[in-house]
Write a protein that binds this ligand. Structure first.
Ligand code: PXP
Length: 241
């Protein structure tokens, strides 16, 4: 059964907009778990624009499903991850000026850096996922450096403006997932997915887990976290065979 990991970064975005103590992403994570989420994702960015150090430490001691830390390969954040010990780390590229993560990690061009980060995370007992574009060379490089999972970047598919572009981008995702399956990598997917784009995955069970944040948090602001998470799970359940 395909799972859902809920990213609560944007609860923290709302908090940071006023420098207040609320809303608390840890409280949101608990509600997401109660609604049936299989894991909680937070991206501790170098600029701390949303999730703060306090959040990752508290989450570690609060949630009971699976904690997934998204992060760039930097010494400071690697040290925190190895101390916090989430079940999984997803390595992503990070640029200070971006609104959100743009594009996948270039594993082929940064093989040594990513391999040594993966080794350090493995030594701390943390599963390593690499956020990559649906590109065969990136998948092969991810397998070669010993990643446990990949997360296929779905942003190009979600942002496609024409049906042709969307269909091509979707086929790239499915082809990438098939290749990753052959290489015995776990297969996650995410970025930009919403209650409509998720419907494309109906009838396919090739993705192990979706990682979804913005659309769920946006809906939660209007209908509540419980309903927003349950409605996404309902869509994902329809994606299975
Ligand atoms: N996966 C990765 C690697 C991401 O960086 C993000 C954004 O933080 C997501 C998934 C979730 O994307 P969205 O918030 O658009 O659902």
């Amino acid at each position: 059964m395909t799972g859902l990991a809920v990213n609560v970064d944007h609860i923290a975005t709302l908090r940071q907009a006023r420098g207040a103590a609320y809303p608390d992403p840890v409280a949101a994570a608990v509600l997401a778990e109660l609604a049936g989420a299989d894991g909680i994702v937070v991206h501790l960015r170098e600029d701390r624009r949303h999730i703060q150090d306090r959040d990752v430490y508290l989450l570690r001691n609060t949630i009971s499903t699976k904690m997934i830390m998204e992060m760039a390969v930097t010494d400071e954040i690697m040290d925190i991850a190895c101390e916090v010990k989430p079940e999984q780390v997803t390595l992503v590229p990070e640029k200070r000026e971006e609104l959100t993560t743009e594009g996948g990690l270039d594993v082929t061009a940064n093989r040594d850096l990513v391999a040594s980060a993966a080794q350090r995370l493995h030594d701390s007992g943390i599963l390593v996922s690499l956020f990559i574009d649906p590109n065969p060379a990136q998948i092969e490089a991810s397998a070669a450096i010993g990643a446990d999972l990949i997360e296929i970047h779905t942003g190009t598919f979600c942002d496609a403006q024409t049906m042709d572009e969307k269909q091509r981008a979707f086929s790239d995702i499915i082809e990438a997932a098939r290749l990753a399956r052959k290489m015995e990598l776990g297969i996650n997917a995410g970025h930009g997915l919403c209650y409509n784009t998720i419907k494309w995955f109906r009838g396919s069970d090739i993705i192990d887990e979706f990682s979804i944040g913005h659309s769920i948090i946006a809906r939660a602001a209007l209908v509540g976290m419980d309903r927003a998470v349950k409605e996404m799970i309902e869509q994902i359940k329809l994606t299975g065979p």
